[in-house]
Design a protein around this ligand. Sequence first.
Ligand code: AMP
Ligand code: MG
Length: 306
Amino acid sequence: MTNTIHSSADGAIDQASEVLNQGGLVAVPTETVYGLAARSDIDNAVERIFTVKGRPSGHPLILHVAHADDVARYVDSIPHPAKILADHCWPGPLTLLLKKSNNVSHIVTGGRETVAIRVPANASTRLIIEKCGHAIAAPSANKFGRVSPTTAQHVEADLGSEIELIIDDGDCSIGVESTIIDLSSDRPQLLRPGGFPLEDLEAILGSSIDPPAGESRASGMLASHYAPRGSVVLAESIDQANDLLQQTPRSRILDHYANLPMYAASLYSQMRQADNDGIAVIIAVLPPQTGLGRAIGDRLNKASLA
Ligand code: AMP
Ligand code: MG
């Protein structure tokens, strides 16, 4: 594949921002997963994200900005809890849902009056955004409903021939998508558990965050998502997983279940490897539902429903 360049290669940042400024699509590294980026103010570039991913147009995209100060341009106002979380958590794997300003098109928000926005931790990607001079819209760089990419090679395998450029910065350090908190109404609400643990956010805010409820607003809240080709079977313990392994031909237990950061960071690449190795049944030990375990459990549950 010829359209992948390393983030440290000469001119990589300039090349990426030029492609974006001309309305092209660039896969960019973040600490969560690789994103499929377009300049959020170029409508036909944003529309192409939906086409390339096969993503329904009602599923809004997350805006990525280079600095917390840049958020003001894209939102109607910044409520106090948003200011606190932005100060403590950005750059990092936290997305805030706020009322949008007129600078954000309805194509990005799927027709909603709210916008999801974050500052990613990857320094190269922040430089690319800074050079563009505008926020990028960037969902995960994979086909809709499938396993998210955590390496540039994953992106090449899924979308290589359909996009202009892939910026390679190695493995994503966190490996699961951002935590999404809705701050657009009276009480903070969790829309999707993710790379920023809920308990830490509650400690920073000094108040509780409501659990996800109501209509499915985030694609992370769809019943089936994040799915490999092999079927995913959940086990409550490693003993149960070992029993299943004995009983099931062409099965494999996902590794690192006892170390939450490593489990999260390797989850998607392990699922992809299992598919490549022709594994029919992926057995996953459910982690405790605290910290990163919530995001891992959420992704495993959704993958198991496919
Ligand atoms: P992805 O980019 O696939 O990780 O998903 C981004 C998530 O953010 C999706 O689940 C979206 O539905 C959610 N999201 C983005 N913008 C909004 C919005 N305005 N309202 C509700 N959810 C949103
Ligand atoms: Mg995704």
